[in-house]
Write a protein that binds this ligand. Structure first.
Ligand SMILES: [Zn+2]
Length: 119
């Protein structure tokens, strides 16, 4: 079977694990992959970054834990649908991570925000 460069389609010679005919093709391939990823992830990244900035603004430098009205977060533009992870503590409370912060539905009206240890 003839193998081809994954970037330009030129026939490949040499080692069977070779994927590109040249360093330039290899670089072009990975830079276009990065460009595509940057484009595809931009919108979600912006929402997540905004969520984190809102939490940081609310918490300030020193605070590690506080509650805030859900409505107040919403009014600041916080989007509850976008998180970076999820965990349930020993008491069965579900925390939603936003990078180094996390929030939990404290009641129907209130949100508990915590700073996660170690990011
Ligand atoms: Zn090539």
């Amino acid at each position: 079977m003839n193998r081809q460069c994954e970037q330009c389609g030129n026939p490949l010679a040499g080692r069977s694990d070779k994927r590109f005919c040249s360093v330039k093709c290899k670089n072009d391939f990975y830079s276009s992959q990065r460009r595509e990823t940057r484009f595809a992830t931009r919108e979600v990244d912006q929402i997540l970054h905004r969520n984190r900035e809102i939490l940081q603004t609310i918490m300030g430098e020193k605070r590690n834990k506080m509650t805030i009205a859900r409505l107040e977060l919403t009014q600041m533009g916080f989007n509850f649908d976008f998180i970076t992870g999820i965990y349930t503590n020993k008491q069965g409370k579900m925390y939603h991570n936003v990078y180094d912060f996390a929030w939990m539905a404290f009641s129907t009206q209130e949100i508990l925000i915590v700073r996660r240890k170690g990011g």
